[in-house]
Ligand binder design. Structure first.
Ligand code: ADP
Ligand code: TRP
Length: 332
């Protein structure tokens, strides 16, 4: 039997190339070896996205993005969190085993409180219970489907550990292996993809290159990458240039060596380097964008794929939930 990998994708914005190299590509690679369960965490997104049209659009865009990137719904269980009501019943059960102190220690909640304190605001200003209990809902997403591994970025490791703690509490209380203890899998070799300004690419920083940007926008964004004031003739260090760091993600080994040589020799301006970058990015992303455009043009098909995924996922979720209901004495 194959091992199970599960991860959730929050539909809070359009996908960018940081998401592609940091999450989508590694997860699709993992899906070749594991029984993969990848879902759209739409109720997690509701904590921050309160515009209904926007949320609905992000859900479809993110789904279309994964499909365009190569997710095969025949092989990967692909569904929306909101289509699995068992998640929310499990959340209620898990709440009874989650200490408030554990939630107080969650990084995202602590950061929000800290920001309020720095602004001399009420510590709980703007913090909803969805943010406070975020790790419990995430634990339910995970524990419902018995994964062995949960591929996530570094910032999510604490949440997976909380899911472990909660599951261990339940197994201990009822003296049995009722819930499988999952392990976080952080892709060690995935470097942080830099944004247009050199910081980590993130939608929170407004420095992203959208994965499906039209050609003209793509070129414009690449031309906006911040560089230093070195002149055309000056030799340049490829390793400290974010143009080159981005180039490495898209170019072959020979192309990388050739561009590095040009950097070191001098005689190549930043504009030329950006043009080289544009060429390789465009080469890789334009077929992806074409697939995305075709998929997003048929929202009904996306909805059907996700509904079919949910139909396959629910019996698995029900089995876990029934096991737990019996264990706790709420008959099932
Ligand atoms: P954002 O920072 O834009 O809000 P998310 O937090 O929604 O992105 O990230 C979704 C996934 O993409 C996570 O697994 C995260 O680790 C990965 N990811 C996001 N930005 C980057 C980046 N710049 N480099 C590598 N991986 C990234
Ligand atoms: N919290 C994750 C993020 O922000 C998304 C997520 C929700 C998730 N439920 C999950 C990830 C379950 C892994 C497993 O990226």
């Amino acid at each position: 039997m194959k091992k199970i990998a599960l991860t959730g994708i929050k539909p809070t914005g359009i996908l960018h190339i940081g998401n592609y190299f940091g999450a989508i590509k590694p997860a699709l690679r993992l899906a070749r070896e594991y029984d993969a369960r990848y879902f759209i965490a739409d109720y997690h997104a509701l904590n921050t996205v309160k515009d209904p049209q926007m949320l609905a659009a992000h859900i479809r865009e993110v789904a279309a993005g994964w499909l365009a990137a190569g997710l095969n719904p025949e092989e990967v269980l692909f569904y929306r969190q909101s289509a699995i009501p068992e998640t929310f019943e499990l959340t209620t059960i898990l709440m009874a085993f989650t200490s408030k102190g554990l939630m107080n220690r969650a990084h995202a909640y602590k950061a929000a409180v800290q920001e309020n304190l720095e602004n001399h605001a009420d510590p709980d200003a703007g913090i909803n219970m969805g943010l406070f209990t975020y790790p419990v809902l995430m634990a339910a997403d995970i524990l419902l489907f018995n994964p062995d591994v949960v591929p996530v970025g570094k910032d999510q490791v604490q949440h997976v550990e909380m899911a472990q703690d909660i599951a261990q509490g339940i197994n201990f209380t009822y003296s049995g292996e009722i819930l499988k203890i999952p392990q976080a899998a952080v892709q060690a070799e995935v470097a942080v993809v830099p944004g247009l300004d050199g910081q980590k690419m993130s939608k929170s920083y407004g420095n992203t290159i959208p994965l499906f940007a039209p050609e003209k926008q793509l070129r414009k964004l690449i031309m906006r990458i911040v560089t230093n004031s070195q002149g055309v003739e000056e030799p340049k260090d490829p390793e400290t240039s974010q143009i080159y760091r981005l180039y490495k993600l898209f170019a072959s080994a020979e192309e990388q060596q050739a561009l590095a040589k040009q950097y070191r020799e001098g005689g190549m301006g930043w504009g030329d380097a950006k043009e080289e970058l544009f060429q390789v990015v465009h080469r890789e992303l334009s077929p992806l964008r074409d697939r995305f455009e075709a998929i997003i043009a048929e929202p009904g098909t996306i909805d059907t794929i996700l509904a079919q995924g949910a139909a396959k996922a629910r019996p698995l979720a029900q089995a876990t939930l029934n096991r737990l209901r019996r264990a706790v004495g709420i008959a099932g």
